[in-house]
Design a protein around this ligand. Sequence first.
Ligand code: ADP
Length: 604
Amino acid sequence: MQEVKKPKKPLIFYYGIVLLALLLFNFLAMPWLAQRRIQQVDYGTFIEMAENKDLGQVEVQQQENQILFTNKDNTAVYKTGMMTDPDLTQRLNDSGAEFSGEIIQQTDPLLSFLLTWVLPIVIFVAIGQYMSKKLIKNAGGPNAMMFGKSNAKVYVKSSEGIKFSDVAGEDEAKERLSEIVDYLHNPDKYREIGASMPKGILLVGPPGTGKTMLAKAVAGEANVPFFSMSGSEFVEMFVGMGASKVRDLFKQAKEKAPCIVFIDEIDAIGQKRDGRLSGNDEREQTLNQLLTEMDGFEENTGVIILAATNRPETLDPALTRPGRFDRRVPVELPDLKGREEILKVHARKIRLDGNVDFSKIARMASGASGAELANIINEAALRAVRGGRRTVSQSDLEESIEVVIAGYQKKNAILTDAEKKIVAYHEVGHALVAAKQNNSAPVQKITIVPRTSGALGYTMQVDEGNHYLMSEEELENKIATLTGGRAAEELVFHSASTGASNDIEQATKLARAMITRYGMSSEFGMVALETVNNQYLGGDSSLSCSAETQTEIDNQVVALVKRQHEKALKLLEENRQKLDEIAMYLYEKETITGEEFMEILNRQ
Ligand code: ADP
């Protein structure tokens, strides 16, 4: 979709600049320009002019040791040095010259008038004309003072707009939104039967899942104008400005109806008004205005408001009640099939090798959002260019997933031999524990090349298909796998290193969630002891139980992780020989594939 109008800075801004320029001009350039040119002449000329009575005004500047004088008509200014001339006063009296103290300040009256009055006005008018012409051209209409204008970006109908086919996956969301498209195409069908469209639709989901794209696609499919604005743009420094922007946005939208108004990050203005003295009057006023506007326009006017947020739980209930944003369309992270489709959509833009296996890439990138997948494709293309290749290969794509997950390879990180050995054992510890348990995702790759994210190595496990549910056993195995790295270090080197901090964090988180949220502890049973605050942004959680229970939870978490750690130790002890063998192989090769790993593991 083509962007046609983005209102520029208000005209007042340009007038301000012109005014400033004129002031500077007046103060700096004017005195210089206005000064009459002074000609240096010799003393003889001065005496001659005095005798011929050709002098107009004369100023004797004792301090500078010079005399300034003008001719009879006052049209030229001259300067000459002072001489010891006892007759000077007499001479001047005789010449009939006028004594003056301000020849220098004197300016040509006509020039002075032109410079101080006419020129500024001419410049002012000319620039004003030019700017407003430009604005009119850009905005498609006259546009004087723009205080409180909505600044919404407007896209109009365009044949090359984003369509639903550009948004891969997200079939459920597309299905729900296609009703809107149908309505915008054919409102009478709905009107006749008395059905009314929801005024507002809330797109909720984690960042980068294509919410903005979907909103644009609705406009593209329906072939209607699309106004887009971010919630934070409403909140201004001046109280009342946000409200006037909302008013203006809706006014513009109603003029252009049928159309779509898209408010991104609506939580910036739509947060719960909790009555606390937050001092953010502006946000509250803006929200009130939005609520009023939404009530104000009748149903079926053809203005559909789409809004996106990744913190739906923080929205004010008044905003989500029926009649306002009453329809909620979840836009979740893509599943395996969705990821594969998104990769294919973005891969259209780049030149690929014939043998690229998208399904494998999609499996490796589990948990990635649409934006991350787009980034992976781009990283791969950049890597191919860096390598001087003309097409993007499978290995470019696989490496770029690692770049997105773990950062670039650190070229100059030098591990000591002992460290490298520890890292090798650590990683093989993870891999071996994973491989020796049932229901663990197969190992795809093990590497001990340090990454810019700080990881000294990692083991990549890739699930075969989609994974929506996890059993208690799978979760326990995952914890055991996470502790496998440390277990291997303990077993081989009889000491612990700092390399396991991330594993410890993840294992603890999982164990805690099993007990407090998944009801997997025999003691507490199915009681929710923790609530997740914002599910789409990292999932912070807060405990909702008594202090005694908290202590008990902590005890159980420790016991659970300990059990799995012991299990991992036992598994590694039983396979000590394989552990040594694979760790040495990894130490030499630095990166090994899952197949190589399995081959050594299964070797007799
Ligand atoms: P959000 O608004 O949910 O944060 P965006 O719609 O801005 O995310 O998406 C950011 C980018 O990610 C898009 O420009 C697009 O390149 C890519 N993207 C995200 N989801 C998809 C998808 N389902 N299909 C294709 N591309 C996607």
